[in-house]
Every structure is written in C-alpha cells, then in structure tokens.
Design a protein around this ligand. Sequence first.
Ligand code: X2X
Length: 341
Amino acid sequence: MSTSHNDSRRRFVQGGAAASALISVGAPVFAQAAEHTFKWANNIPVTHPSNIRIKEAADAIRAESKGRVDIQIFPNNQLGGDTDMLSQVRSGAIDFFPLSGLILQTLVPLAGINGLAFAFKDYNTVWSAMDGDLGSFIRAAIAKVNLHSFDRILDNGFRNITTSTKPINSAADLQGFKIRVPVSPLWTSMFKALGSAPTGINFSEVYSALQTKVVEGQENPLAIIEIAKLYEVQKFVSMTGHMWDGQWILANGKRWASTPADVQALINKHVGEAVLKQRDDIRKLNLGLEDQLKGRGMVFNRPDSASFRDALSKAGFYKEWRGKFGDEAMAKLEKYSGALV
Ligand code: X2X
C-alpha cells in the first residue's frame, strides 16, 4: 500500500510540473485513478510513428475524459513477441494490439489477403481497398474470432528485401537464400515459391537473428529498417516492393463489448485520427529514407518485378492462395489489384 501511495504521490508531483508547462494550452492534469484502464502493446520501437501517434491519442483521451480513461502503452515487444501478444489480446491480458494481418492469419486465414505479392501498385489503391469493401470483408472475418478491429488499418508499408551479403536483382538471387519472414503462412509460402529458405521469426528476435547470421536477410518497409536500426546488421536494400502490409488495431472482444458507448466513441475518435496522421507520417518519412539509409552506408538497387512475378506464377503461388482465400474474397481484392495469376 505504501508503495502505491508513493507512486501516486510521485505522479502527482510530476503532474504538477507538467501542469505548469501545459496550462497555456489548457490541458488539465489528473491525480485520480482512472475508471477505465487499458493496456496497448506492440512490436515496434517507441520512435515509430505508430507509437508517437498512439501516445498522442492516449494523452488526448486522458485529457478529454478528465482522467477517466487511461491507455497505457507498452512498445517494442515489452510484453512479448507478436505470437505471444496475440494470445494475450485473445485472453484479455492486453486490451489493444496492432498486428499485421498476415501474422493474424494463423488465426484468421483471410486476414493475409492484402499481402498477396504485387497486389497493390500504389498507396491510392491500398487505401481504396483497405478503407473500402476489401477491408470491411477482412474485419468481418476478424470479428468472428472475438476480436474487435478498428475501422482503419495502420500503415506499415511496401516491403523491400535487405541482405548482409549481396543485392537481390532478380528471383534467381533468391534461390536457397536464408531469409527471415514474420510468423505467417502466406509469407513462408511466398518465399518458398521464390525458391528461398524462409524461417518464421517474430520481430522481437530479428535484429539478433541478422546479427548472428542465423539468416542472411529479411524484408521490411524502409521506416522499420531505419527505426529498428536494421542498417547496423544489413548492407543491401533491394527495392522489391513485393507486398504492402499494415497493422489492424485489434481489441479483446469481450473487453471492447463491455466498454461503455461514450468511452468507445472517445477512443474511436482519437485512434481514428491517430491512424490518419500515422499514414501521413510514413508517407513523409518515405520521401527521405532512401537518402538517409544511404548515408548510413546501405547500398540500394531497384529490381524489375517481372522475374519475381513469373517465378511465383510458375510455382502456383497465386493459384494456391486463390483456392485458400476463395473466389469471393479474391474478387474483392482483384477489383483493386487487377488479375493476380
Ligand atoms: O515483423 C515485421 O517484420 C514487421 C515489424 O514488419 C511487422 O510487424 C509485420
């Protein structure tokens, strides 16, 4: 008891200091315990736009609810890797968890559909599909496993291959290539179809897997390569842009359903705004990241996508996944992507 007294006193004192800085913008500081406390956890460093914008949303929610609603953020795999956090959001140990649809695929097979290789040519197409009927269709599938997902998906980005050994110029360079992929059936299937040797590894272990050379390479958007400092353990960036990937913001279904409507509305409003800002942050970041990473010593190349697409088609990759996702889902994707064969 005395510890918690000291803690709340310390918070109060810090709150007082913060209050004087914030008085000019009128943000009040609350020493009272919140009525609704939520845990929000994810897999990326605190400096990523996803975490910066969610922290802002949590602050705004706290202020607007006069301290009644408190969302605590646990970034950077503090509460475990993705596979573990997925179990925790299902059990209710954590309340909110942004997760790649492709990793969610272990539970909701359809959620990986946006990761089909080379489906999206640009961001306009991505947002039309994901904020439109493809996204609604995926969210309906997610709801069936008792997870709530917020309307808008966070951007992660178009993914590119990095290696410590050589640039990837065409599919031929991927033969036997030891590459880390996230823990996801579609990802593993794609790189097997390309002739590589993929290993499913949670992001929490990626830096050390690259450092110790358990794998030669990995694939991620430029923002992750920069923010998670993968440039320290990788040399080449091959701008394959082979898929677009985003994170659905998942909530424990029971917890969300039992949250009062006014609190839900407050969270929806601020999280919704945070997602739009996050997308814009990533767009702006992307403009400068190639030069920044070159400045850190990375070497870039821009392979033609034809050899990758051909290899995937020949290996039956699109056919296999059309069978798994089903014609209805594929029609919703292909409305945006064009035929994927
Ligand atoms: O695990 C990854 O590679 C990451 C950070 O991009 C995802 O969250 C899918």
